[in-house]
Design a protein around this ligand. Structure first.
Ligand SMILES: Cc1cc2nc3c(=O)[nH]c(=O)nc-3n(C[C@H](O)[C@H](O)[C@H](O)COP(=O)(O)OP(=O)(O)OC[C@H]3O[C@@H](n4cnc5c(N)ncnc54)[C@H](O)[C@@H]3O)c2cc1C
Length: 428
């Protein structure tokens, strides 16, 4: 029977952040990953906000395989037959350290696992963990490939469909409304074509989000991020909404229709699809987080439910990195105390409460409920599209005054509904 100080299940960003931090302090740690290599199974839009995690991993970011620094933001609200786009760029995005970068997980996770190995962590790929091992009610190891591996602590970083918190009694089975499905393609294009098409310089990149008719009014949206020599294009749709609205179509069909939209097709034209993946995303927010610790067990990253979709930002990677880091720091302190029971490991939750992680989840606790409003993804894109159509149209005869056009679309009942919806959105 193999024995380690710490066993980490899953070599995604949470698991690797924990392993990197623990190994840096000389802790004997093994990471068990079911994929052929770290990064093989990990799907993400790939926009990483660096500010929240820069100081947790000093020196790491200077060498990291980051793709492009995002200096241009864009968003398109899509109606069935028309759309409204805006772009933003600002000096703060171009000067100094980048606020956010695009990354490709197949590259980044492989590189990060190499850094953890250099510090002494052991990464075992092609190793599926199927159960926890318990002694006197305390978690003391895992079952992988029919063998038992033992440790003082197990850190569950096995992603959104993690069963370990459930097996440990830290979470009830998930509800479909708390999850979304994401489909993503990586589309290869010449670096110069990308810079020209998205009007950015060398090493600079753009991020663009899409919402509205592309999800047939269901909660979700599309994203496009520029990498060095490729684009990451994807679509995310609420699984709960899809289950309710069978007529909305399946996610791959929505993705194909998204790619064919006149706002999207010219951006990806001439590109070659080199990667296609689909993955579930936790979107239940604060209410749907799992328990974070038990006797001998900590839970980090998507496994705990740490992903937040605010509509204009989709974030999970910094929460995975930070929760992995704080889990590791908790274990280091517990080793000094020589105890790994839930009372000692509860310091993990405290660290997360004091960090941006649980502060963000508390601040945005109402977001999943507010964004579940179908008006936001169906009615308003059509309303704005129709209003802009009438403002821009020059008819054969005389044109209506602007006020008449506005009143035609913004009736009193419409304004009242907007006010009620705005009151809810203001809670985000
Ligand atoms: C389409 C899409 C777009 C997204 N866009 C963004 C974005 O732009 N920005 C952002 O910040 N976040 C984004 N997210 C969310 C983000 O990708 C995740 O929150 C983040 O990857 C979570 O990292 P993690 O380490 O917790 O989990 P993962 O990266 O999923 O890693 C879990 C690992 O555990 C392994 N594993 C699972 N079960 C077992 C087992 N039983 N035994 C052994 N190994 C196991 C898996 O193979 C995997 O390698 C997106 C997600 C999706 C799906």
């Amino acid at each position: 029977m193999e024995r380690f100080d710490v066993i980490i299940v899953g070599a995604g960003l949470a698991g690797l952040a924990a392993a990197y931090t623990l190994a840096g302090e000389g802790v004997e740690v093994v990471v068990l990953e079911r994929g052929d290599y770290p990064g093989a199974k990990n799907v993400s839009g790939g926009r990483l906000y660096l500010n929240p995690v820069r100081d947790l991993f000093p020196g790491l970011w200077d060498e990291a395989p980051l793709e492009r620094a995002i200096v241009r933001e864009g968003a398109t609200l899509m109606a069935r037959n028309r759309s409204f786009t805006f772009h933003y760029t600002g000096g703060e995005l171009r000067n100094g350290k980048p606020q956010s970068c695009s990354i490709l997980r197949s590259k980044f996770d492989r590189w990060f696992s190499g850094r953890a190995e250099e510090r002494g962590a052991m990464i075992l790929a092609k190793t599926l963990v199927t159960d926890l091992v318990r002694e006197n009610g305390k978690v003391c190891g895992v079952v992988a490939g029919g063998d038992e591996l033992r440790a003082d602590v197990v850190i569950a970083c096995d992603g959104v469909l993690s069963l370990l918190p459930e097996k440990a009694g830290l979470r009830a089975p998930g509800l479909s409304r708390d999850y979304a499905v994401g489909i993503k393609e990586v589309i290869r294009l010449e670096p110069g074509v990308i810079s020209d098409r998205f009007t950015v310089g060398d090493g600079e990149g753009a991020a663009h989000l899409f919402a509205g008719d592309i999800t047939r009014g269901l909660f979700g949206g599309g994203f496009l991020y520029t990498n060095r020599d490729s684009l990451s294009l994807g679509l995310v749709v609420s699984i709960g909404d899809m289950a309710k609205e069978a007529a909305a179509g399946d996610a791959p069909a929505l993705f194909d229709a998204f790619k064919a939209r006149p706002e999207v097709e010219p951006l990806i034209r001439g590109g070659q699809t080199v990667e296609y993946g689909a993955h579930v995303i936790p979107e239940g927010g604060y209410r749907a987080l799992s328990g974070l610790c038990g006797d001998g067990l900590l839970v980090a990253g998507d496994s705990a439910g740490f992903a937040l979709n605010l509509g204009f930002t989709v974030r999970g990677m910094e929460y995975a990195l930070a929760s992995g880091y704080y889990a590791a720091k908790t274990v280091i302190a517990a080793r000094k105390a020589g105890r790994f029971d839930a009372t000692v490991l509860a310091a993990y939750r405290q660290s997360l409460e004091e960090s941006f992680v649980l502060k963000d989840f508390r601040t945005f606790k109402d977001t999943p409920r507010v964004l579940a409003n179908p008006h936001l993804f169906g009615h308003y894109p059509e309303l704005i599209g129709n209003l802009l159509r009438d403002l821009y149209t020059v008819p054969a005869g005389p044109k209506s005054p602007v006020f008449t056009t506005l009143r035609r679309h913004l009736t009193l009942s419409e304004l009242w509904t907007m006010l009620l919806d705005a009151k809810e959105v203001a809670k985000i």
